[in-house]
Design a protein around this ligand. Sequence first.
Ligand code: F6R
Length: 239
Amino acid sequence: MKIIEVSDYKQMSVKASQHVIANIRNSDCLTLGLATGGTPKGLYGELIEDHHVNGTSYKCVNTFNLDEYIGLSKEDSNSYYQYMCSNLFSHIDIPLSQTHIPSGMADDAAEECRRYENMIEEAGGIDLQILGIGENGHIGFNEPGTSFQSGTHIVELTESTREANARYFESLDEVPRQAITMGISSIMKSREILLLVSGKSKREAMQKLIENDVTENFPASILKKHPKVTIIADSAALA
Ligand code: F6R
């Protein structure tokens, strides 16, 4: 794991955008893995600005998001579909048909997981996966204890994750209890991983990631076994 320390959230976002843009420009048709949450919003803002100023095109980029809440429709303002449209897709020239997010409304969620995993494989796998990290070490919605062998699957969200995400909802009660997430093995198949970490609330997680052994009790620890991981972390997260 290569760790790049930057001063703050803005610098993390700028550095990450430079990395993503270089990959897009150096590839005929890049497949990007995307995350939601607070961490990558700045990155997406930088990508939008670059698209407008420098004309980087996404016409040949395919995207696969890590996860989606079960029970939220595409139209729901808290769905990750809406998050991606308002924070990125609506502001760049990517055809929506090339963007992929698990459906939280599928009649058969288990079948939706299989379909999603197959779709990633049929697209030739993910070239560059963007990740954030949860305070408990989760990546995607893979909570502590998730098997390292897991493909895309249904998860029961832990109370700590629901509480952390409640800031986007009217109340904690409205936060869904289940989600579909790419599994640890799906994430590890990506050819390259870019993990973004910002703020002192992630300090303990960063410390565990750097110092602790690889264990299913701390899902992000598996990244130590991946051949090409870059962590861009700000000083507050690394202090
Ligand atoms: C988001 C995701 C999560 C977040 C993590 C950190 O698609 O899969 O693993 O990356 O919960 O969230 P933030 O960035 O809000 O601190």
